[in-house]
Ligand binder design. Structure first.
Ligand code: IMP
Ligand code: MG
Length: 180
């Protein structure tokens, strides 16, 4: 697996530090508030599990499954498919949507629209990575660990063809691995 990796952008230690800083910010912003965190699977699973374990008060957790790419592709589908919708009642809740990366913004803008229909008190977006250069929708992260250039990255939950999610760091995949 390591032979497939090019440049490491964020090491395990850098991610750990940034996730801690972010969790501290959330702990201040959501203190004494009812918070529901909704993770977007599969990409957010590593980030989500590290982040929620550093939040020092009771929160509700749910997930939504979204599918952007089909198989071994690095270009998103025309339409993001939401596979599992949340069952939680968020009417009296502040909602924080957590995902691995904000890229074109199609996925998160669709999810924000969908969750907004359930009338939460507030709704904010939290991502590990922000790939601003590729944005197609008017959505920005409220919380973000790192901004990245327009490169396809893997690790810490991010995949290529459902692989590399278990790398503990974020790295650029070697170009020849992505050639079909
Ligand atoms: P968006 O709808 O274009 O913002 O895409 C968001 C989804 O695309 C993310 O949740 C990721 O699953 C996936 N994605 C976008 N960029 C990358 C990348 O560089 N590596 C792996 N997955 C990515
Ligand atoms: Mg994803």
């Amino acid at each position: 697996m390591k032979n497939d990796i090019g440049e490491v952008l964020f090491s395990e230690a850098e991610i750990k530090n940034s996730v801690s800083v972010l969790a501290q910010k959330l702990a201040v912003d959501y203190k004494h508030k009812n918070l529901t965190i909704i993770g977007v699977l599969n990409g957010s699973l590593v980030f989500l599990s590290d982040l929620i374990r550093q939040i020092p008060f009771s929160v509700k957790i749910d997930t939504i499954k979204a599918s952007t790419y089909v198989g071994a592709s690095t270009s998103p589908n025309a339409e993001t498919e939401i596979i599992h919708n949340t069952n939680l009642n968020v009417k009296d809740e502040h909602v924080l949507i957590v995902d691995d990366i904000l890229d074109t913004g199609r996925t998160l803008s669709k999810i924000v629209r969908m969750v907004t229909k359930h009338s939460p008190i507030s709704i904010k977006v939290c991502v590990l990575l922000d790939k601003m250069a590729r944005r197609e929708r008017g959505i920005e992260p409220d919380y973000c660990c790192f901004e990245i250039e327009d490169k396809f990255v893997v690790g810490y939950g991010l995949d290529f063809d459902n692989r590399y999610r278990n790398l503990p760091y974020v790295a650029v995949l070697r170009d020849d691995i992505m050639i079909p």
